[in-house]
Design a protein. Structure first.
Length: 126
């Protein structure tokens, strides 16, 4: 089972996506900020395969880089962009997605599909 870390200040979004990922066969760990994510990983002592993180969060880039150093080159980073922005995440994120405009079934399917593809690419690469 792949472990996905969800870091987003919108806990409703993080738990909604976490539930969808749990249903899709992933182990999802939600955190509200980078400090909570670091504390959660330290407490659980679990390896993470992929992080979904809001790109605009303070320390998003540094957390992603730290985790890539900790978990290796097959670790993946998916950056969630704020609505209406086009942040530059090159150099630290493997992919980016816009924040969903609505939290519905279509958004759930699209996000889980993107995450599944990234996880499968990871499995194929190592």
């Amino acid at each position: 089972m792949k472990t996905i870390l969800l870091v987003d200040s919108d806990l409703g979004f993080a738990f909604w996506l976490g539930h969808a990922l749990d249903q899709a066969g992933f182990d999802a760990l939600p955190a509200r900020n980078t400090s909570d994510a670091t504390a959660l990983l330290s407490e659980l002592k679990v390896a993470v395969d992929l992080i979904v993180i809001r790109a605009s969060m303070p320390s998003a880039k540094s957390l992603a880089e730290d985790l890539r150093g900790q978990f290796g080159p097959h670790f993946k980073v998916l950056a969630v962009l704020e609505r209406g922005t086009e942040e530059d995440v090159s150099g630290w994120a493997d992919a980016k997605i816009p924040e969903p405009t609505v939290i519905d079934e279509a958004s759930r399917i699209a996000l889980v599909s993107t995450i599944r593809k990234m996880a499968l690419d990871e499995a194929a690469g190592g």
